[in-house]
Design a protein around this ligand. Sequence first.
Ligand code: AMP
Length: 292
Amino acid sequence: MTAAVKVAQIRAPAAMRAAVLEARAAGRRVGFVPTMGALHEGHASLVERAAAECDDVVVSIFVNPTQFGPTEDFARYPRTLAADAALLEPRGARWIFVPEPADMYPPGAATRVVVDGPARPFEGEIRPGHFAGVATVVCRLFHCVPADVAYFGAKDWQQTLVVKRMVCDLGLPIEITVCPTVREADGLAMSSRNAYLGVDERQRAVALHEGLCAAERLWQSGADVAAVELAIRQPLEARGIAIDYAAVVAAETLEPLPVAGAEPPAIALVAGRLGSTRLIDNRLLPPRSRTR
Ligand code: AMP
């Protein structure tokens, strides 16, 4: 029986990079899970997948200031490093990379990675600059953690497209694996931001999941996009959730579905606000024979 190995915390980018390069030089496959901390079972599922597929796993915890807008929740975002380390201990992580903002962004930092295409609609419209912050920090993190493969959650579907686009366009030498969304018992997608919800808001939040389930049923019955989008909206409206968007689009491009011809893989996307808390969710829709 092997004793559980304590997860080592590394702060300095150069030390982190050296540790990963040394492991890879020794023939070890290294997996990387970037996070902002306040870890839950959704994050843990990425770490477990990485541990199953790799010899060593790095989890970064960094609340990235550049992906928050000026009126967003950067200051109050939960920071729970001790609990995060305890959660990671039995899940197979070897290193936690915990840089400070000054380690990631040198004084006078003036470079941003701006992705167009899949970064443009939905979150890109509602949160200007958000995906530039995400792409910039992920690019920087990939430099600090030169792993074989990085793991991202389908929960943030648009983010996975933006990261894949950047990796392809910049020729970054890393594979991207997208893992399924982990949910609470009632279907609410796990999120660090769920901690902001009051008791009543938490009960109403399940409407996002309900809308997506209704969308999938209608989709499979052959309904058109407008009807499916209405089905997403209805439970949110019934529970007083302000809707940022509720849409069915092509899953790989986020562009509108073609009105005729073969139907590409589709996804239902939803974002809503309960008080000051903003939640997003999505569901890949099964292929169907076109009836429209
Ligand atoms: P975050 O800490 O919110 O930046 O998330 C870090 C990573 O965990 C991202 O790739 C997220 O998509 C992923 N993630 C967050 N919530 C979930 C979830 N409920 N299920 C699976 N992955 C998730």
